[in-house]
Ligand binder design. Structure first.
Ligand SMILES: NC(=O)c1ccc[n+]([C@@H]2O[C@H](COP(=O)([O-])OP(=O)(O)OC[C@H]3O[C@@H](n4cnc5c(N)ncnc54)[C@H](O)[C@@H]3O)[C@@H](O)[C@H]2O)c1
Length: 357
């Protein structure tokens, strides 16, 4: 499979975004968001998502020159209009506001309307964690989850992310969809020509399917937990909770009113709702970072069922992937991913990804 150097992936994504009309700083910030996903092993939300962003800029659904504005604020809160700007433009703006408010008031809670897809929710939570704060990020999405007992979709893959600092530079990081898997993971399986595990998605007959293309075309993902017998309603409930934070507070579209999931939608701006929250642990009991570190140590030291598979703490998988990727200096993509990306680049006059010989 083709290998591409990290700097080349950044160059390529930045060039494509600029070629589509994004200013230099916005293109750089958005490419950094995508690169982080590939570096940490979430290929669903890296280069794989570039096609969506370029198409949305070209169709006018995303305005890469737009700047978010605060519509209303208090000491600890802000209501923001994202103005259909790029996901990273809104994410950086809102998280910076939430961090500032948490430093001043102990907590910062920002909800935004007029948003576009913002990639990995975890990237935004991490921004606060890097400053010694607890960061959280949420978004709604196109309706592709089938709620428990429903034949029809109404909820999103609505992810939740939380990063908390721990002693000695460590952290506890949770970043996950409220469906069993993110839609992008199905797209990655299509690129690799591989099937998906049963329990991720339903086919048109309402039964689980392992056919990745059929699952993508049907767009009926199961909530986290799967069917009712395996507590899938908890993923449905989680998605509904995130909906309250995202569209409920901001006045953005609720998931059931958001345009359908497509990589080349002609339905205009999705008007997603997003939410960014920050807590300053220093406002609470002393020793926070040590207690988080104690939890991490406890989880990692648990006796594994299979000695070759050590117990991981939340966030460890991404950390391990990032260490391996950075030491190798390259990312390995499926050939089809490179081909699709190069085809997108050609439409905006950008030279193809240079693959390591
Ligand atoms: N912007 C959007 O609309 C959107 C929608 C859905 C998902 N996403 C993103 O997609 C990405 C992938 O989501 P996902 O749910 O498919 O990811 P996933 O199923 O890989 O779950 C990831 C989470 O599980 C933890 N984890 C993984 N294996 C573990 C183990 N063995 N033990 C303990 N913890 C473990 C990870 O550290 C991480 O916190 C996320 O970054 C998410 O934010 C974005």
């Amino acid at each position: 499979m083709p290998e591409v150097r990290l700097e080349e992936v950044q160059r390529f994504m930045e060039d494509c975004l600029r070629g589509a009309g994004a200013p230099v700083a916005e293109a750089k910030a958005h490419a950094e968001l995508l690169l982080h996903a590939d570096v940490t092993g979430h290929y669903s939300h890296g280069l794989n998502r570039l096609e969506l962003y370029i198409n949305d800029i070209k169709s006018g659904a995303t305005d890469p020159n737009a700047k978010p504005v605060i519509l209303k604020e208090s000491a600890a809160t802000a209501w923001v209009d994202g103005g259909n700007a790029l996901g990273a433009t809104v994410g950086n703006f809102c998280m910076d506001v939430a961090i500032r408010k948490a430093k001043e008031s102990g907590v910062g809670w920002v909800s935004a309307k007029g948003c576009n897809h913002f990639g990995m929710a975890g990237w935004w939570a991490l921004k606060a964690e890097r400053q010694g704060l607890i960061g959280m990020a949420f978004t709604n999405s196109s309706p592709i989850m089938v709620p428990t007992r429903s034949k029809e979709r109404a909820c999103g893959t609505n992810p939740v992310a939380m990063f908390a600092p721990a002693a000695d530079g460590d952290s506890l990081g949770v970043d996950m969809a409220s469906t069993t898997a993110a839609m992008g993971k199905i797209e990655v399986q299509i690129h690799k020509g591989e099937s998906i595990p049963h329990g991720w998605a339903l086919g048109p007959d309402g039964k689980t399917t392992s056919d990745a293309q059929l699952a993508f075309n049907t767009g009926h993902l199961l909530p986290l937990g799967g069917f009712e017998q395996t507590s899938g309603y908890k993923g449905f409930c989680l998605s509904a909770m995130i909906e309250v934070f995202c569209s409920g507070l901001s006045g953005a579209n609720a998931t059931h009113n958001i345009r359908g999931w497509a990589l080349d939608s002609k339905e205009g701006p999705p008007n997603l709702g997003q939410c960014f929250a920050v807590i300053n642990p220093e406002c609470f009991a002393p020793g926070f970072a040590e207690r988080v570190a104690d939890c991490l140590r406890t989880y990692r030291n648990l006796q594994p069922v299979d000695p070759s598979l050590p117990v991981l703490a939340p966030g460890d998988k991404e950390r391990i992937n990032a260490e391996k990727t950075k030491s190798r200096g390259t990312i390995v993509y499926a050939q089809r991913q490179v081909d699709v990306s190069n085809a997108v680049a050609a439409t905006v006059g950008v030279r193809p990804l240079q693959v390591v010989a």
